[in-house]
Design a protein around this ligand. Structure first.
Ligand code: BMA
Length: 321
């Protein structure tokens, strides 16, 4: 029910939240948050969680569940650990994975943040089973993060969404590659707004894009800097299927933000940060997995059709500056 004076609720928090915390882990960890997500061929939900240790460094660890809510089986050791001796860009850890199944490769491509002295950059790794990984190394140099690959080539090229930061701006870009290693044809995709907007100055992709008959659905985060710190909230946008840099609709309002105690209180309060979704068997129900306050993993459930309806009602075609 939508009250006359309330905003529509597009994503509902699960009653079992937070669904995963450090207390669930089979080895000592400080926090667990910002998981990538996918459904394996047998329907199992796999979360690749960002796990932070007491040095402040992160690695990735897989948790598997039949229903995507409880009964998690967590790898007894880190699933993908930083290898700074070989991959210098991973000196201070690896963070915030986004998972894309690429049918052409019959592999999952994990895009993650590799953190080192130069800052955060984008790295890719391929896996078929989340047991062994083949690294591509750093594909976008610092300062760049919030990356995810599209599941198929566009005009013959792979497409990677990412968020480079310059002195002037932090907008979402898309780049193309014939081989996942050499990237070019960089195009801006979604601009941060300016001034008082909830998504002023800094935006970033949250989960990988969701393919719909109407276009690529994007759930993105906007960062509002306030005197008390940063507020991370989520908005929606839709892009052309065959020209994914072209935005068809963008909502003006945020659709999800930190409200629950586990989103407001933690190591970094007022942060709801998803890195993955899964689609239920009905092809519409969307499970949004997110980090709460950089401290725990939570789940909210929505509907692809409802997101598209909301964009039809509230979205505009952006006029680029
Ligand atoms: C962003 C990312 C996320 C983190 C968020 C809030 O820049 O680094 O990993 O959840 O900040 O700290």
């Amino acid at each position: 029910m939508i009250g006359e004076h309330s905003y529509e609720v597009l994503f509902r928090r699960h009653a079992a939240n937070p669904i995963l915390t450090a207390a669930h882990w089979p080895y000592p960890v400080h926090t667990v948050f910002n998981p990538g997500a996918t459904r394996l061929r047998d329907g199992t939900t796999l979360l690749l969680c960002r796990v932070e240790d007491r040095r402040g460094h992160s690695h990735l660890c897989a948790a598997r569940s039949r229903n995507g809510v409880d009964g998690w089986r967590i790898d007894p050791h880190p699933t993908l650990r930083p290898e700074p001796e070989i991959h210098h860009e991973e000196l201070w850890g690896i963070e915030d994975p986004r998972i894309t199944w690429v049918a052409e490769l019959e592999k999952y491509v994990v895009a993650y943040t590799a953190f080192s002295r130069s800052g955060p950059g984008v790295a890719l790794a391929l896996t078929g089973d989340f047991l062994s990984f083949e690294r591509c190394g750093l594909v976008m140099q610092p300062d760049d993060k919030d990356a995810a690959l599209l599941p198929r080539r566009i005009d013959g090229n792979y497409a990677l969404i990412h968020r480079p930061v310059t002195d002037h701006a932090a907008h979402i870009w898309i780049s193309f590659s014939p081989d996942l290693r050499n990237w070019g044809n960089h195009k801006p995709m979604l601009f941060a707004r300016k001034g008082a907007w909830w998504d002023a100055n800094k935006v970033g992709l949250s989960p990988p894009l969701i393919e719909t008959p109407r276009g690529w659905l994007m759930i993105y985060h906007g960062v509002r800097h306030t005197a008390a710190g940063s507020l991370y909230r989520l908005g929606l946008a839709l892009f052309k299927l065959d020209e994914p840099d072209v935005c068809i609709l963008r909502g003006d309002e945020w659709v999800f933000g930190p409200e629950a105690s586990y989103e407001r209180e933690g190591d970094v309060g007022y942060v709801a940060f998803p890195c993955g979704t899964t689609l239920a068997d009905d092809g519409d129900t969307l499970n949004l997995y997110y980090g709460g306050a950089d401290s725990c993993v939570a789940l909210a459930t929505g509907s692809v059709r409802a997101c598209l309806r909301w964009l039809d009602a509230h979205g505009k075609t952006p006029q680029h500056p």
